[in-house]
Design a protein. Structure first.
Length: 340
């Protein structure tokens, strides 16, 4: 199949493909999504095939206006309107009890459905042009870093999907915050640009699922099935180094000398890139959690473009959006954190 690269002016073409049961890579403010008509189980099944996604990992349904919500869920908890007031459109996904029109392919057999209203204007225009809500996981091959440019989507999906609409680089860079309202207390299953502190201002107390920063134990069930898979991993082996600049540099230089300088990279904060024997990539300012989020996936993909076999990442803070960055980074590194 030829994968068309569409421009921002070709929203209607994207809508037509989606209406006819096809797959389109679409820009959102978080990462690119791989979209299909959420009400068409056959179309949605093609997403799983294109990504190589495990069948038991449910998808997020994207809407462009609040009036679309009623049909998709069994009932709308009143707190959803409070959340929508503050965070929609934007990078927050809310899990609710699903209605009968959600195909099993979307919810992967669960009684719930995840819904979000993206803030990227093109994402909402594409939903409007399709005339239906869109199911869309991140548009990467399953297990790889999520795509934050149309190029990344083409790299993974060329020949497997009908089109990619190029809306430029994504602003946020990590996927939406996922919160479930189907537990006794609202619980964050995946951190994102909307932080626990911001959610607590609307909801009061929120819980953070153990799987956010921890590894699932053998036999444990994931509240969010996406949490149990090896994830966000480039071909290069990722190590997180929790250390001051000096010790970080010494550790990386020793490792690079041992393993091959040309095979090694370091993801470093601005201003600390001097004195490395290997290639350095920018992780932004040390205290800028949004910059770390914006740069992480693109940097991991760049490591594969250069053919590095190891990448050493200077451990950022866990605060604010840092929780989302660490959630992705720990999985990319298969929880290899070296504290010096
Ligand atoms: O920012 C985002 O959320 C992006 C853009 C494209 O919107 N989408 C995205 O989708 O990240 P995906 O499929 O890569 O991640 C969805 C996550 C997975 O961890 C999945 O297991 C979880 O949400 N999820 C979806 N439906 C769920 C449900 N009903 N119950 C629990 N977890 C659910
Ligand atoms: Mg994903």
């Amino acid at each position: 199949m030829e994968t068309k690269l569409l421009t921002a002016k070709e929203v209607n073409e994207a809508g037509k493909i989606l209406k006819n049961g096809g797959l389109v890579g679409i820009p959102t403010e978080t990462v690119y999504g791989l979209a299909a008509n959420a009400l068409d189980g056959t179309a949605v099944a093609k997403i799983f095939a294109a990504k190589g996604r495990p069948q038991d990992n449910p998808l997020i349904v994207h809407i462009s206006r609040l009036s679309q919500l009623d049909d998709l869920v069994a009932f709308v908890p009143s707190v959803v309107y409070d959340l929508a007031d503050v965070f929609w459109p934007g990078p927050l996904t809310i899990i609710m009890e699903k209605s009968g029109i959600i195909p099993d392919e979307v919810s992967a057999g669960l009684p719930t459905v995840a819904i979000r209203m993206p803030s990227h204007p093109l994402a909402r225009k594409i939903i409007d042009a399709a005339g239906v809500p869109l199911a869309a996981p991140s548009a990467n091959t399953s297990g790889k870093p999520s795509p934050t440019t149309a190029d990344h989507v083409m790299h993974d999906m060329n020949g497997k999907i009908d089109a990619v609409l190029d809306g430029g680089p994504c602003g946020v860079g990590v996927e939406s915050t996922v919160i479930t309202l189907c537990t006794r207390k609202p619980r964050i299953l995946r951190p994102g640009r909307v932080t626990p502190e911001e959610l607590e201002e609307v909801l009061g107390e929120v819980e953070i699922d153990d799987a956010v920063l921890g590894k699932l134990k053998d036999g444990e069930t994931a509240a969010s099935p996406g949490m149990k898979y090896k994830h966000y991993s480039p071909n290069a082996e990722v190590f997180v180094i929790d250390a001051d600049t000096e010790s970080f540099r010494r550790y990386v230089n020793d490792a690079a000398t041992k393993n091959g300088v040309s095979k090694t990279a370091a993801l470093v904060f601005d201003g600390e890139d001097d004195g490395f024997v290997c290639k350095t990539l920018s992780f932004g300012e040390k205290d800028d959690d949004c910059a770390h989020a914006h740069k992480l996936f693109a940097a991991l993909r760049e490591c594969d473009d250069f053919g590095f076999s190891s990448v050493y990442v200077h451990c950022p803070s866990y605060d604010g959006v840092g929780l989302a960055v660490m959630n992705r980074l720990l999985r990319a590194a298969e929880f290899k954190v070296i504290k010096l």
